[in-house]
Design a protein around this ligand. Structure first.
Ligand code: BES
Ligand code: ZN
Ligand code: MN
Length: 494
């Protein structure tokens, strides 16, 4: 019984990044990560690149000893497109530092703006992320974190320095979200996750963000029938954690709701073995809304943010919710449960209802909600659904600026109608037809937001990378949606 190692408060440190106006070939560092954009940027290293057959295409990367070509000992040459975007630079910086041998690193990707400079700094930090908490012999450099310098002609501008400091707060939040997703499910159950959120909030923001934790008794008193129903089969009871950041002078109120299923076995509608192998990730939405809220507070953005993390463990047992059971949700509506593996919409329904009661200007929920979304959009693109096109566009724009691929999906009227076809309750939780699972789930969620503008991010695919690292994305938890949510808060306050 109980937690195997008790590692619920893992916190991975990312390296600090400084800026310099130094020139690539004379920068003082052990390793030079050098962006190569066509022929003009081969000067000084062209002979080595030719010898290595470097074409400069796609994601090409080569590592060679600098000899007398540069002050650094080793050059990591990274191919760049002719006109790299901020996303290209973020990804290239991450790939470059991942290939860098030990020692201090100078990153020379020729940023054309402060925005580019920040993207490179983000890439350096995110590319250095490693989850080693459960490895007894870590391959980490024992001599402490190495220095990372981003070379930029904007280095002396105070705006660039400030922007890079802000990027540190955001990337720290991403790393924390990744840590929580990566933590084994036996070590991060609803009560321990709630404690970890409370501890981090006090640590990161002092009293700027208030935390309130509802235990199972309080959840019952507050009529949160969805969260309770999902948590009923587990030995560890559910929790609802509410974070409130309310800076003076805030003119808008953003509510965030996160799916926090610390393990999704499917419940009595149990998953297959392979189907539940990675289901520790099912709290990635809660991790994203919590860490994004703390980052927004740390940045001091002038917007009120309330985050609801809906935490439960979905387990089969003699006390578990059965297919056929009818629940009464926080907003008073009754729901016929037909598949206990469609649990996310039940915990989110209560979280959305609570958010709606405060009539915020905008609600965004984040959830690893449906396998169908991975079928529709692949593993690297999140779905955006919502109450109206303007709200969906807001999220699409924030995700584009943040460099996190997300794409709109509709909530058609016939699917909205299907949610109301239960013969016994107000709503049915599960679609009788096997089509449009993502749309049905969103149509169900929409029943809980009333007239408040609302968007739903389905991150089932992008929350976890079970393959090799790519760009700034490591293996394992990705921290997806954190950057988009912070960008959204920035857009709303711009
Ligand atoms: N947590 C899963 C969705 C999921 C699947 C996330 C794959 C990440 C990767 C969710 O609770 C679930 O089980 N959804 C079901 C819904 C179905 C029963 C209507 C699904 O997608 O199969
Ligand atoms: Zn789930
Ligand atoms: Mn499920």
């Amino acid at each position: 019984m109980a937690a195997p190692t008790g590692n619920s408060t893992v916190r991975t440190d990312l390296p600090t990044v400084s800026l310099s106006t130094a020139q690539p070939l004379t920068a003082k560092a052990d390793v030079l990560v050098l962006g190569i954009r066509g022929d003009q940027e081969r000067e000084g290293v062209a002979d080595a690149l030719d010898l290595l057959g470097f074409s400069g295409k796609d994601d090409e990367i080569v590592v060679f000893p600098a000899g007398d070509r540069a002050s650094a000992g080793v050059v990591v040459a990274v191919a760049l497109p002719a006109e790299p975007t901020a996303s290209d630079l973020r990804a290239a910086a991450a790939r470059g530092v991942r290939r860098a041998p030990k020692g201090s690193v100078a990153v020379a990707l020729h940023p054309a703006s402060i925005e580019d400079t920040v993207a490179i700094a983000e890439g350096v930090r995110l590319g250095r992320y490693r989850f080693t908490a459960y490895q007894t012999s870590s391959s980490e450099d024992a001599s402490g974190p190495a220095e990372h310098v981003v070379l930029s002609s904007f280095a002396r501008q105070s705006a660039a320095g400030r922007a890079v400091e802000e990027a540190e707060a955001v990337t720290d939040a991403v790393a924390q979200a990744r840590d929580w997703v990566n933590t084994p499910p036996g070590d991060l159950r609803p009560p321990t996750f709630a404690d970890a959120i409370s501890a981090l909030t006090a640590d990161v923001t002092g009293s700027a963000v208030k935390v309130e934790v509802w235990d199972e008794k309080r959840l019952a008193k507050e009529r949160c029938g969805g969260i309770l129903a999902v948590g009923r089969g587990s030995e560890t009871p559910p929790r609802l954690v509410t974070l409130s950041y309310a800076p003076r002078g805030a003119k808008q109120h953003l509510a965030l709701v996160g799916k926090g299923i610390t393990f999704d076995s499917g419940g009595l509608s149990i998953k297959t073995g392979p189907g539940m192998a990675t289901m520790k990730i099912d709290m990635a939405g809660a991790a994203a809304v919590v860490t994004a809220t703390l980052a927004i507070a740390k940045l001091g953005l002038p917007i009120k943010v309330t985050a609801y993390a809906c935490l439960a463990e979905n387990m089969p047992s003699g006390t578990a919710t059965r297919p056929g059971d009818v629940l009464t949700m926080r907003n008073g509506s009754t729901v016929e449960v037909l598949n206990t593996d469609a649990e996310g919409r039940l915990v989110l329904g209560d979280g959305l209802a609570l958010a709606t009661e405060t009539t915020p200007d905008l609600i965004v929920d984040v959830a690893t909600l449906t396998g169908a979304c991975v079928v529709a959009l692949g593993e690297r693109t999140s779905g955006i659904l919502g109450s109206d096109d303007a709200t969906i566009d807001r999220l699409a724009s924030a995700s584009g600026t943040a460099g996190e691929p997300m794409w709109p999906l509709p909530i058609p009227t016939e699917i909205t109608a299907a949610v109301k076809t239960s013969k016994i309750a107000d709503l049915r939780q599960h679609n009788p037809k096997p089509y449009g699972g993502t749309l049905f789930a969103a149509a169900f969620l929409r029943e809980f937001v009333g007239d408040v503008p609302w968007a739903h991010l389905d991150i089932a695919g992008p929350s976890f990378n079970d393959g090799a690292p790519y760009g700034e994305i490591p293996n394992g938890g990705t921290g997806v949606a954190v950057r988009t949510l912070v960008q959204l808060a920035r857009d709303l306050t711009a």
